[in-house]
Design a protein around this ligand. Structure first.
Ligand code: HEM
Length: 417
């Protein structure tokens, strides 16, 4: 289908030309400019229409008939033929199950997951979450300088998720590597050789998940795959076996990469806005709101995706059926029409919990309460032990390069200031 190219009065699309979808360098500045000058713009580099206003994004999330979620996990850089062949020959058979599924099938699968992944169940995990956080922190507490990403944020959320999935801690390293690769394969800009390497890892990752579910079918345990198998009770109308493997495969990414990056962003933001850090050290009751505000100001999922199922008009821009939309959640989170002084970070902000970092509507993030709880515990433990902690000066903050996920690769801090 021919894509309609956008035109402004001068016949150009300045914001679209300046926007670098894989780079974090000027993302928030460009979004701010776009909200004023061109709230909906076309980015030719990736063939996506970028939507920057909160109201438009809310409307899109609330209208699944006109905006399909089927695109959320599609590769933004198309797979090479070699990659497609590797996945096929390797027996990779993940099917759309939740994030990238529409309609009744999505509702059925989401219902099954909510029975075990819900706020009450997550709250029961709090003692384990705190114990694991303390174990991690104890390991580096005597050092003067640490990279918090490497020593804490990278693995910590995976250990919590693995409690839920019944996966041994010894597999964390391997799965984190596979999940990183899947992230870049889906949301990044990899050269063909890198794509192929990641595709081979995806096959391994899929077979790992298949084996996990097969093992639980023989020897059920008190974990999420066993719960889904019990619920299915060999009835495909409830869940098929492949749907269960696909759900577990999906969680093995969604459940920790997001929180790793969100935690790193939160600490980075708080430490660069030192007064706010001092406020939560002095009054830990502010921490839950600080987490909302950190997610609003600098979330780990800066954009999410939808596809139009018919021709639509968004903020006066005509967009054809079948067009790709990049919903700039990071922009919506700073939209001045929703948040007064949206560019200001303030742990006291009263409506910080109105952020849209976990999406909205039918696909609202299932793990949101867990992610927030993990971040709260990390902040409680770190502020009480290292209130004088500071960022190592002059360090270069290198942000991962994808269209959706954002977070620093390293975050060097001095624990005692
Ligand atoms: C700070 C951390 C996290 C962020 C920023 C985040 C963000 C998101 C976003 C933006 C969506 C898409 C919502 C939509 O399409 O409307 C989503 C969906 C989802 N997330 Fe999260 N997430 C996080 C943590 C988690 C965790 C810890 C889990 C699992 C325990 C999880 C599981 C899911 C699932 C299963 C979906 C698909 C829901 C559906 O389509 O019905 N997420 N998340």
């Amino acid at each position: 289908m021919d894509k309609e190219k956008p035109q402004n009065e001068s016949g150009r699309c300045p914001v679209g030309e300046m926007y670098e979808p894989f780079s974090a360098a000027s993302t928030y500045d460009i979004f701010a400019q776009a909200r004023v000058e061109e709230p909906v713009f076309y980015c030719a580099e990736i063939d996506y229409w970028v939507i920057t206003k909160r109201k438009d994004i809310d409307d899109i999330f609330q209208d699944p008939e006109s905006y399909s979620a089927q695109i959320t996990l599609s590769p933004v850089t198309p797979f090479t033929d070699e990659v497609l062949a590797t996945l096929k020959e390797g027996g990779f058979a993940a099917q759309p199950v939740q994030s990238n599924l529409d309609g009744e099938a999505h509702t059925r699968i989401r219902r099954s997951s909510k029975q075990l992944l819900n706020p009450t169940a997550f709250k029961k995990l709090e003692p384990d979450i705190r114990r694991i956080a303390q174990e991690f922190i104890d390991r580096f507490a005597s050092k003067s300088e640490v990279d918090l990403v490497a020593e804490l944020f990278y693995e910590f959320p995976a250990h919590i998720l693995f409690l839920i999935l019944g996966i041994p801690d010894s597999d964390v390293g391997k799965i984190k590597q596979w999940a990183d690769n899947r992230l870049f394969l889906t949301f990044g800009q990899l050269a063909p050789a890198e794509q192929l390497k990641c595709a081979k890892d995806m096959v391994a990752y899929w077979h790992y998940t298949e084996a996990l579910v097969a093992q639980r079918a023989v020897a059920p345990a008190d974990d999420y795959p066993s719960h889904l198998l019990r619920l299915r009770n060999s009835d495909d109308s409830i869940l098929t076996h492949n749907e269960i493997v696909s759900v577990v495969f999906g969680l093995l990414l969604a459940g920790h990469e997001t929180t790793t990056n969100a935690s790193a962003n939160a600490f980075h933001t708080l430490l660069t806005h030192r007064k706010n850090w001092q406020m939560i050290c002095a009054d830990p009751e502010l921490i839950p709101n600080a987490v909302h505000e950190a997610l609003r100001f600098n979330s780990s999922v800066v954009c999410w995706r939808r596809k139009t199922t018919k021709a639509v008009d968004i903020s006066g821009v005509s967009i054809p059926e079948g067009a790709n939309l990049l919903l700039a959640l990071g922009s919506a989170n700073r939209d001045e029409d929703k948040f007064e002084q949206g560019h200001v970070f303030d742990v006291m902000r009263e409506d910080a919990n109105q952020n849209i970092s976990f999406g909205y509507g039918k696909h609202f993030c299932v793990g949101a309460p867990l992610a927030r709880l993990e971040m709260e515990v990390l902040l409680e433990e770190m502020t009480s032990r290292f209130p004088n902690m500071s960022l190592v000066e002059d360090q270069e903050i290198d942000i991962i390069r994808t269209i959706a996920f954002r977070g620093p690769k390293r975050l060097l801090v001095r624990l005692q200031g």
